[in-house]
Design a protein around this ligand. Structure first.
Ligand code: 5GP
Length: 198
């Protein structure tokens, strides 16, 4: 799963990653948000009404759902389970709380925290400290605390400084995870419980 604060560049990074990794499947979420001009139903999201979303949720069709900025988002259970049954790697991009919920349900899922480069800059500034007003420092500390609290639940952090760098880091993570003995054993049929969303 690639998660992280809004504006970190998840969509762009995932799109580029998928162009290098054609075997990687993408989990298309369901949302009640109206489509943006460039978005296509079934590709970017499955767009639906709130009424229908709630019916799907009541029928247990989601692994997790979230309300975000007034719209509902849900990870479809069937997409995840079918990918796992076929032994495929699946990429998801839930916001941070959704990522935590999925990890709780699938402990072997790999969580990547994607941060915008300004977070790295923030960290550098926090380390220097003396340059800012007490209010500015407090605000930065508040954001950093929130982010760091979320980070503790993640397996990797990737800074989206350049697109090429972030994609290269994600590919390295993918390679490392695919080489893990437990996962290899799963793929070789020695264990049957190791398939997990990426
Ligand atoms: P956007 O409206 O910008 O496409 O998405 C808003 C936020 O919801 C983003 O952080 C996005 O990653 C997240 N999101 C997209 N689909 C899901 C989902 O199925 N579950 C959760 N929890 N978050 C999602």
């Amino acid at each position: 799963m690639v998660s992280g604060p809004s504006g970190a560049g998840k969509d762009t990074v995932i799109e580029s990653l998928r162009s290098y990794e054609p075997d990687l499947e993408y989990c298309v979420s369901v949302t009640t948000r109206p489509p943006r001009p460039y978005e296509r139903d079934g590709i970017h999201y499955h767009f639906t009404t709130r009424d229908n979303f709630e019916k799907m949720a009541a029928a247990g069709e989601f692994i997790e759902t979230r309300e975000y900025a007034g719209n509902l988002y849900g990870t479809p259970r069937r997409t995840v389970e079918e990918a796992l049954a076929r032994g495929r790697d699946l990429i998801l991009k839930p916001e941070v709380n959704g990522a935590r919920a999925i990890k709780a349900r699938y402990p072997g899922a790999v969580l990547v925290f994607l941060t915008p480069p300004s977070t790295a800059e923030l960290e550098r500034r926090l380390a220097r400290r003396q340059a800012d007003s007490p209010e500015a420092i407090e605000e930065r500390l508040r954001i950093a605390r929130e982010e760091l609290a979320a980070l503790a639940d993640f397996d990797y952090r990737v800074v989206n400084d350049t697109l090429a760098g972030a994609v290269s880091d994600l590919r390295a993570i993918l390679t490392a995870e695919r080489l893990k003995v437990a996962r290899l054993a799963g793929r070789m049929g020695l264990r049957h419980d190791t398939g997990n969303p990426v």
